[in-house]
Design a protein around this ligand. Sequence first.
Ligand code: ATP
Ligand code: MG
Length: 95
Amino acid sequence: MKIGKGKTVVAASSLSKTYQTGDIKVEALKGLNLKIEKGEFAVICGASGSGKTTLLDIIGGIDKPTSGEIIVFDEELSLKDEDFLSDYRCSNIHP
Ligand SMILES: Nc1ncnc2c1ncn2[C@@H]1O[C@H](COP(=O)(O)OP(=O)(O)OP(=O)(O)O)[C@@H](O)[C@H]1O
Ligand SMILES: [Mg+2]
């Protein structure tokens, strides 16, 4: 399953991720907007704890945002079930 043929590969809109452990809340991503188009070479950089791994986990379909949109290959990943995401990871995400 290779999905999507559009020129936008990754689009994030108002993307937020909050981790909650007991009473402690960590806002790892807060209203992120991002667009990466086909053929672009993109680098994600930032200080330790700034949310790089959190973003890659969401793009890679192994975690879901708390709010906002994440579209990869024309699919809105936050709406997908685990079966879809498993297939998506297998076909599209490579280490
Ligand atoms: N599973 C989790 N539960 C609770 N907090 C988490 C979890 N994962 C990450 N965090 C917190 O979210 C914030 C962002 O973490 P993240 O790992 O995405 O940062 P990073 O930019 O990848 O950091 P590094 O450069 O050290 O790899 C940090 O404050 C981190 O402690
Ligand atoms: Mg990291």
